[in-house]
Write a protein that binds this ligand. Sequence first.
Ligand code: DGT
Ligand code: CA
Ligand code: CA
Ligand code: ZN
Length: 583
Amino acid sequence: MENLEIAQVLSQMADLLEIQDANPFRVRAYRNAARFVDGHAEPMRRLVAEESDLTQLPGIGKEMARHIHELLETGGLAALDELAETIPRSLIDVIELPGVGPKKAKKLWQELGIETVDELEQRAESGEVAALDGFGEKSQQKILIGIEQFRQHRSRFKLVEADLLVTPLLEYLQESPEIERLEVAGSYRRRVETVGDIDLLAIARNAETVMDRFTSYSKVTQVQLSGSTRGRVSLQSGLEVDLRILTEPSYGAGLVYFTGSKEHNIKLRKRALERRLRLSEYGVFREEGEDQQVSGERDPWAGELIAGRSEEDVYAAVELPWIAPELREDRGEVEAAAKSELPVLLELTDMKGDLQMHSTWSDGKNSIEEMVAACAARGYEYMALTDHSKALAMTGGLDAKRIREQWEEIEEVQARHPEIRILRSQEVDILADGSLDQDDDVLEELDLVVVSVHSRFELPATEQTARVLAALQHPQVDILAHPTGRLINRRPPFELQLDEVLHCAKDNGVVVELNAHPERLDLKDTQLMLAREMGLKVAISTDAHRVRDLDLMHYGVEQARRAWLSKSDVVNALSLEEFLKTW
Ligand code: DGT
Ligand code: CA
Ligand code: CA
Ligand code: ZN
């Protein structure tokens, strides 16, 4: 059991005791102990293994020390189980809602029988909470807002949302002259499609000033922890942010550790042990003549520090080249690195064109001219205009007649923009029977045919797969767009036998899309890895519906890197000349 988990149990004890009207000193003892344990760098399990006297620690008395021992030995706490017999555990969530707290939670429970957040929401919506003595309209409203935040906070944030929330926080912290270094680690640095929380690492001239600045950021709604080297806050959005202040000799090791993933870290630690070294968040240590297996439970600074300042040093100490954060998922990267077989990963600057975007001819917000000028300004050699086909009537999708009219406008714009090649294209709907929503003679005249599913998501897997396979076998089809139809945190992928689809694409010379839009990222990383292993080519496209969406390309590139893709795996990393030869 880790310190954080121990702290959580102690703080739950405090919550339930408060409802029980226990002695306030006792409640405070639990809260203090929880705060101390959570902020303490050394794991309690190590202290207990060394038989240290826990009561020597600040805030830990005899009872708390007994509890910690019990938690570490049994994984549970009898005292908490006992309390939970008379008070429902689910009240803990209710207590922690903004605007509730132990006193009000108790009243809601005793007078209205409310035990869960869901029940509280129902009763607040029906107005029963406002009618309670000591509550009123205002307080009921505040509770409903609190519940909404609670829900958001329970789900993971899309990477793009995290970017929007983290960027201003970083700017705000950077303004402090006390900050020498500041970086985001964790899943955010690995560019995982969603993040649970944000992990900031810093080197500070004065840790206390930096911690104060962090906890007084205007978007902070709750300071969960504010210690000398670690702080944790919740923002208005529900996003939680950790700040850890590290020392220079350990910074690289801390960056490796807190970037994770946990599974990657475990592999690195194992390599260190095999070399009679100890790898931790503080550095790589050599301990002469000791059994490394047990030394993990000793002083974290024991032995000679041989690396820690930079990530490169840490990897080099375990005889590895530096590994890009996007690869650190224990998907074979450590083994590949050891054999010098890591791929040269795709970079944003490798991208030579964007192969899916919409204009005002269908549901886009900008004209062809505006989209073309914007693509040229981004240094692209080519771009494909892929307005929708007529089945998507609400988008103003184009039938055969209108798309021919569009080609006239494309020709005019092309004449004004010789610096970029405009490809005539369309995002053609795959109809329910697998046929395409455009006339064959039009398809033949297009430079690039992109197909996708936009309807009948509910078809059973066999039918959905047959539908897509039929489309892939059409001789004019070039790219299968957003193959699974998922919207992150909003709509699950439709049922599909993806391996069959990928094989069929390969057999028919069809490229699969990685839709770079951060709501889609479809295919996702593990699926792209399958495509790569099969030798299938990938197109990375923004699906822009306005000029500024063109800048979402980096999300696609990051996801591609997570799937180990190189420049050579991606069709729109080819020069115009090479690109035209592939179709
Ligand atoms: P998230 O926040 O759920 O999106 O995912 P992460 O990867 O950011 O995870 P988080 O925030 O819990 O921890 C940040 C990093 O710290 C994690 O990637 C690896 C490291 N870490 C955390 N707990 C452990 C642990 O128990 N063992 C090891 N080896 N590493 C850990
Ligand atoms: Ca995290
Ligand atoms: Ca974290
Ligand atoms: Zn569209």
